[in-house]
Write a protein that binds this ligand. Structure first.
Ligand SMILES: NC(=O)c1ccc[n+]([C@@H]2O[C@H](COP(=O)([O-])OP(=O)(O)OC[C@H]3O[C@@H](n4cnc5c(N)ncnc54)[C@H](OP(=O)(O)O)[C@@H]3O)[C@@H](O)[C@H]2O)c1
Length: 333
């Protein structure tokens, strides 16, 4: 007769095996970047390369012998990421940790000064860093921009503008803007880009399903990519946006409580990609030769993806101009 102990052990083991098989079955649809050309001599600059998708993107590029600048908010975390990659015996490539706080224009300017002193070209700029922070915390950048607007959009736009001449020296070069399919939930109010009304609502306890600050910033990423692609048409610099997919990373750190790990574990296990799986589309957009010369596109799952969002050229132009004004005046308008 089978003992009770064996039965008690068999049930959880079978559950884990079944879950593992279901995950494997689901992940067959998650595409991989098949491009594996050597990237020796190419310089990639990745913002937020110390964690999640940025870190895995850096690892994949280093494996292909690229030179990678880890542009990170916290220089110690950048150094740890570099040490971790070396510890994992990822050989080849060159790893350069640098400090860049996208929530401060002064930090962006200092960073660019150091980059220009050390490098004569940038082949690929990957605007990956991002935050999702509860609106009720009313977090702002140094210049007083709402945190999602400031870090996810304006900081990256300013950085990109300042690095354009180094990208021009490396043509054919690329700018990759990591957005999200959540851009479809964005809604821009040009009278309140700094989200005062939404923050007030959040502070009074009104809950919205999707964080409007984050969704708006990801929509701004899409508009930025499209506008810049048009401006740089025929310059040799491709500008594309991409979505890594729903991945378990540190992005949701402000929302996750200890019990979420238990409640959400099955969902995460079945539906969420690992950071490495999410990085595949970023690496694809940054390196695949098949899409060289393509600009103003949006990639998801290592393929072009047509967003259902009704992009509006007037809104695109208005956002670009307003963003430039805000960067110039260094204050919310
Ligand atoms: N995870 C998903 O499901 C998902 C889905 C769609 C799109 N995305 C996009 O993927 C990108 C990467 O996110 P992730 O999931 O890998 O999250 P993550 O693990 O939290 O990584 C975000 C990175 O951004 C950095 N960062 C935050 N604020 C910064 C600042 N002021 N200056 C410079 N760097 C800053 C973080 O640095 P610290 O570690 O120092 O905070 C971290 O390195 C984001 O743009 C996100 O919107 C993610």
């Amino acid at each position: 007769m089978v003992s009770a102990t064996v039965i008690y052990a068999a049930v959880p083991i079978s559950a884990v095996v079944v879950l593992g098989l279901v995950r494997k079955w689901r992940s067959r649809n998650w595409a991989k970047c098949t491009s594996n050309t050597c990237l020796r001599g190419k310089t990639f600059l990745i913002t937020g390369a110390n964690s999640g998708i940025g870190l895995e993107t850096a690892k994949a590029l280093v494996k292909r012998k690229a030179r990678v600048i880890f542009a990170c908010r916290d220089i110690e975390k950048a150094k740890q990421a570099v040490a971790q990659i070396r510890h994992e015996q990822v050989t080849g490539g060159e790893l350069i940790p640098m400090q860049l706080d996208l929530a401060s224009f002064e930090s962006i300017e200092k960073f660019v000064e150091v980059v220009k002193a050390g490098f004569n070209k940038i082949d690929v700029l990957i605007n990956n860093a991002g935050v999702v922070i509860p609106l009720e915390l009313d977090m702002k950048t140094k210049e007083g921009f709402e945190i999602h607007l400031g870090v996810n959009h304006l900081g990256h736009m300013y950085l990109t503008n300042l690095l354009l001449d180094l990208l021009k020296k490396a043509t054919p070069s690329r700018i990759v803007i990591v957005s999200s399919t959540l851009h479809t939930k964005g809604k821009l109010d040009f009278d309140d880009l700094n989200l005062r009304a939404q923050i007030k609502k959040a502070k009074s306890g009104e809950v919205s399903r999707h964080n409007p600050g984050y969704c708006n910033s990801k929509l701004m990423n899409m508009y930025h990519a499209r506008a810049l692609a048009d401006k740089l048409r025929d310059s040799g610099i491709d500008v594309n946006a991409c979505c890594p997919g729903f991945c378990y990373t540190n992005l949701f750190r402000y929302f996750i409580k200890w019990y979420h790990y238990i409640l959400m574990a099955p969902v995460a296990f079945l539906f969420m990609k690992s950071a490495k799986q999410g990085a595949e589309t970023v690496v694809f957009t940054a390196t695949d030769y098949g899409i060289e010369g393509h600009s103003g596109k949006f990639y998801s799952n290592c393929a072009e993806y047509i967003s259902p969002y009704p992009f509006d050229k007037n809104e695109e132009t208005k956002l670009y101009e307003r963003s430039e004004e805000m960067i110039k005046s260094r204050k919310p308008l």
